[in-house]
Ligand binder design. Structure first.
Ligand SMILES: Cc1cc2nc3c(=O)[nH]c(=O)nc-3n(C[C@H](O)[C@H](O)[C@H](O)COP(=O)(O)O)c2cc1C
Length: 433
């Protein structure tokens, strides 16, 4: 079945459509499991709902959180999430995704510290709990736009992403990787000073560390074999680990276990699997990170927000109409999350892309946690539209259809324009296209 926009009035209608599509969509009306605490290494998340990283393109020119950044995190904190996965923060100025992407520096670390204190205080006052807070450290690689115009730095030429091949000068040399890796030591040092609980060595959505995972065609130290393709990510971990001084500070990743591109241009597929995920390598990588760096959780995602956003965040409205049913997209994501959970039973898995089922999104989150398909459910667009959704789930066991995200794509469009991103439907006094 092709693309069919959301039209379900009841949970039973949604279940019936999922059954027709043979979609894996565990749905539960019991919200209890979402409000159980979750041990994460030496820490504990007060509940099983996370805010996924949502870049707002609203930092000041030097990377300091701007007034709208502060407003977004205050709103997230009010809902009392179990974990906030703080948005992409650039590890070097030349690999910022926009002139307004956040960047943590010696000069502005105090501003971050203040914001984190406020987040914890607001959440404590509103809900009696403090979220675990992870900083996403990024190198935008192919999507670098430090002054607002593209300055791509790529792992290899990737035809699905390059209708016109980019200049060879965009390809990062083996030697250049070293300074990009070293930047993760500084990111870890500053993240600890700011008061984050952990650092995400971001490896998703085809930003640099993610793109390298599929660099089959790249010659040299960073391409070809599994060992070479994972070298950058592991070197970034080694650099960050060497800078850890704070007790209980941890490393983790938001990891694409599937990119949605065929071999030899995507991670999580094999020569023979076509576009069907094959999670053998992602599972091997997660085991290695767990063993070597004691990651206390892993955040699983898929797809590329530029080329195949329907894989990353199934939607009703976007730049193109996908040729798959949105519930099939959700099912691919939920199956991937479940398969990683089953393969790594001792490691808490945070799942992505829970927003699409609208007023039934809480039922999917509860169903996934209750069926032990993931340990924690992460919401992106819903948090922009309806920041108090966690309070409503806790208090009423349901979401208000008048406040939910309608997956219109407006927030992503604002992000692509390089203007502050937020909900153009539910928060339209602030955000307009
Ligand atoms: C405006 C916008 C900004 C985003 N920023 C980030 C980011 O900084 N880091 C990241 O890993 N993912 C980012 N994402 C992806 C989301 O975290 C999430 O994976 C995606 O929206 C799917 O989840 P959802 O269905 O709950 O929205 C962003 C998505 C949008 C729409």
């Amino acid at each position: 079945m092709g693309h069919v926009p959301f039209h379900y009035r009841t949970l039973d209608e949604l279940k019936a459509e999922a059954a027709v599509l043979s979609a894996f969509l565990p749905l539960s009306e019991d919200m209890g499991p979402l409000f159980e605490p979750l041990p994460l290494g030496d820490l504990s998340a007060p509940n099983r709902i996370a805010i996924q990283p949502m870049e707002g393109t609203d930092g000041l020119p030097d990377g300091t959180p701007g007034p709208l950044t502060v407003r977004r995190y205050h709103r997230f904190a009010m809902g009392g999430p179990g974990l906030i996965w703080f948005e992409a923060v650039a590890t070097k100025p030349e690999v910022r995704a926009s002139a307004h992407q956040l960047q943590l520096t010696e000069q502005n670390v105090g501003n971050y510290r203040r914001l984190l204190d406020e987040i914890r205080e607001i959440s404590m006052k509103a809900c009696g709990s403090c979220p675990v807070i992870v900083m996403q450290a990024t190198n935008s690689g192919r999507y670098s736009k430090p002054t607002g115009v593209p300055e791509p730095r790529i792992a290899y030429h990737c035809p699905p992403l390059e209708p016109e091949p980019l200049d060879d000068a965009c390809v990062i040399s083996d030697d250049e990787h070293k300074s990009f890796e070293d930047a993760y030591a500084n990111a870890a040092k500053l993240a600890q000073l700011a008061g984050f609980d952990g650092l995400d060595v971001k490896a998703c959505h085809r930003y640099l560390a993610c793109e390298l995972l599929s660099a089959y065609t790249r010659p040299g130290l960073y391409g070809g074999s599994y060992e070479n393709r994972t070298r950058f990510l592991k070197n970034c971990y080694a650099a960050a680990a060497g800078a850890i001084t704070a007790n209980r500070f941890f490393l983790t990743s938001r990891l694409n276990v599937y990119d949605g591109f065929p071999y030899p241009y995507g991670f999580g597929v094999t020569e023979k699997s076509g576009l069907t995920p094959d999670l053998t390598e992602p599972i091997r990588l997660i085991h290695e990170l767990r063993e070597q760096y004691h990651i206390p959780l892993i955040n699983i995602t898929m797809g590329n927000p530029y080329k195949n956003p329907h894989v990353n965040r199934p939607y009703d409205h976007g730049a193109y109409i996908p040729d798959e049913h949105p519930l099939t997209g959700i099912s691919r994501m939920m199956q991937g999350i479940r398969d990683i959970t089953n393969a790594c039973p001792d490691l808490p898995v945070l799942g992505s892309a829970f927003t699409y089922p609208r007023q039934f999104a809480g039922n999917l989150a509860a169903g996934m946690v209750q069926s032990k398909s993931c340990a924690m459910a992460g919401f992106g667009r819903m948090a922009f539209a309806y920041p108090s959704f966690i309070q409503d789930l806790r208090a009423n066991g349901t979401l208000n259809p008048k406040q939910i995200c309608v997956t219109c794509g407006g927030c992503a469009q604002l992000l692509r324009q390089g203007t502050p991103a937020g909900c153009v439907v539910r928060d339209r006094e602030v955000y307009r296209l």
